[in-house]
Design a protein around this ligand. Structure first.
Ligand SMILES: *Cc1c(COP(=O)(O)O)cnc(C)c1O
Length: 434
């Protein structure tokens, strides 16, 4: 040792060299340069003490960075709308719109007159153009907020007539009936779990009726001796029909024939449709309310509307998504299985000589996120030993797969094509000793 030329203390990497590392530079932008410098100083100190080799300082500093926010993960689960992974990834157009809207914008100002204007009119105009059957639109924080606003403004202290077969739990203990009752509206349950007829609804109507609610059972299916009353028939009852279609298709998608869409539901006679922006629409988290002008106006003017309103970033992302609906969600839904197979084969071929015992296997992807239950999308996956699951989840670039019968499946359907290389690198970072 001593202080000769090989003494590690003389080779401590310089601060500016370390800060030029792209990962540390990116962290400086989000965490602030001083916090990153402090992390770098600790790594340099460990080199000085001989605990790290000089060439290990960079990675040690990166590993010691505090989290600046959510980690970016690759979704190889084959679940297109994974609620735990943030549902829909935004399109490039929506991301650009969010970045542009991050500064001052005319979100609530008319530049030609200089006067206050309707908030988020570009998003509302885009929705109106995409769904001409809707006479008006309003946007709130999420699908649940859309229901709360409708229930509060149209039925507080009165009754919401709803089928016993449509009192849905969405997930994580979120139950629609509890949400609706929390607004002060009373639920008037009609029919049975498996069958509810038009007569059941008609018998429950009276002066106490606020509206009839039709809920799309978005995450389960009832089969066998069943009967549900379609919106087309409910619309003959002479009271407003509010349809919670859930997943947010604006118009019909032939790939998902059982999934209701806003345009068709409004044409069938619904007075109001509620939906989520970050499900099949592939946009930001948002609750869409589309339909009758008077009802939408009533919602918009209700005091609660202010508490549920969306910010300018959401409005910008929503407008861009509706204008350019070629979202990553749509791409994942419509991905060609043959092309997916080619990608998985190329990935396996580039894993090196032993190929990590990886196999190319057919897989089944699903829509997820409370949409299209029972729809199975033919897909392809890289199959690895199960022990890869943990290290891939916690690695430098987390990759989330699905464990099936002792194998980890990495389904590329929801992985952007330009991220295949990142998947390969993540797999190769897992020590391959089996
Ligand atoms: C997802 C869903 C909701 C809730 O929407 P969020 O945007 O998650 O708040 C409500 N109703 C149905 C039918 C749904 O599928």
């Amino acid at each position: 040792m001593g202080d000769g030329p090989t003494d590690p203390r003389r080779q401590v990497p310089r601060t500016d060299t370390l800060l030029a590392d792209p990962r540390l530079a990116a962290a400086s932008a989000t965490l602030g340069r001083d916090r990153v410098k402090a992390v770098v100083a600790r790594a340099q100190e460990r080199v000085r003490r001989g605990e790290l080799r000089p060439d290990e300082a960079r990675d040690a500093a990166v590993a010691a960075l505090p989290a600046a926010g959510p980690r970016v993960v690759l979704n190889a689960t084959g679940v297109v709308l994974h609620t735990n992974l943030g549902r829909a990834p935004l399109s490039a157009a929506a991301v650009a719109a969010v970045v542009a809207a991050a500064g001052h914008t005319d979100v609530e100002l008319d530049l030609t007159t200089g006067r206050r204007a309707r908030r988020g009119r570009d998003a509302l105009d885009a929705l109106a153009a995409a769904v001409p059957d809707a006479d008006a639109a309003h946007v709130v924080n999420n699908g649940a907020a859309a229901l709360v606003l409708a229930a509060t403004a149209l039925a507080a202290g009165r009754e919401i007539v709803v089928s016993r077969g449509e009192l849905v739990e969405i997930g994580d203990g979120f139950r629609l009936p509890d949400l609706l009752e929390s607004t002060g509206a009373r639920l008037r349950e009609v029919g049975t779990t498996n069958r509810t007829t038009l007569a059941d609804y008609a018998a429950a109507l009276g002066p106490q009726t606020g509206f009839v609610l039709k809920v799309h059972p978005s995450n389960f299916r009832v089969t066998g001796f069943t009967s549900a009353t379609p919106v087309r028939q409910l619309a003959t009852l002479g009271v407003p029909v509010v349809a919670d279609i859930g997943s947010g298709l604006l118009t019909a998608d032939p790939l998902l024939p059982d999934e209701p869409d806003a345009a068709t539901t409004l044409r069938a006679g619904a007075a109001l449709v509620t939906a989520s922006g970050d499900k099949l629409l592939g946009g930001p988290q948002a609750g869409l309310l589309l339909g009758d002008v008077e009802l939408v106006e009533k919602l918009r003017r209700h005091p609660l509307a202010r508490a549920l309103r969306v910010d300018k970033l959401t409005l910008a992302a929503l407008a861009a998504t509706v204008h350019q609906p070629d979202t990553p969600t749509r791409a994942a839904l419509h991905a060609d299985p043959g092309a997916l197979r080619n990608r998985v084969e190329r990935l396996r071929d580039r894993l090196g000589a032993d190929g990590r015992k990886a196999e190319v296997v057919p897989a089944v992807a699903v829509v997820g996120g409370g949409g299209a239950p029972g729809v199975e999308l033919d897909s392809w996956a890289l199959s690895l030993p199960e022990r890869y699951a943990g290290p891939l989840r916690t690695g430098e670039q987390p990759v989330l797969g699905r464990v099936v019968r002792g194998r980890l499946l990495l389904d590329l359907r929801c992985v952007p094509a330009d991220a295949d290389e990142a998947v390969r690198a993540a797999v190769l970072r897992v020590p391959g000793d089996d």
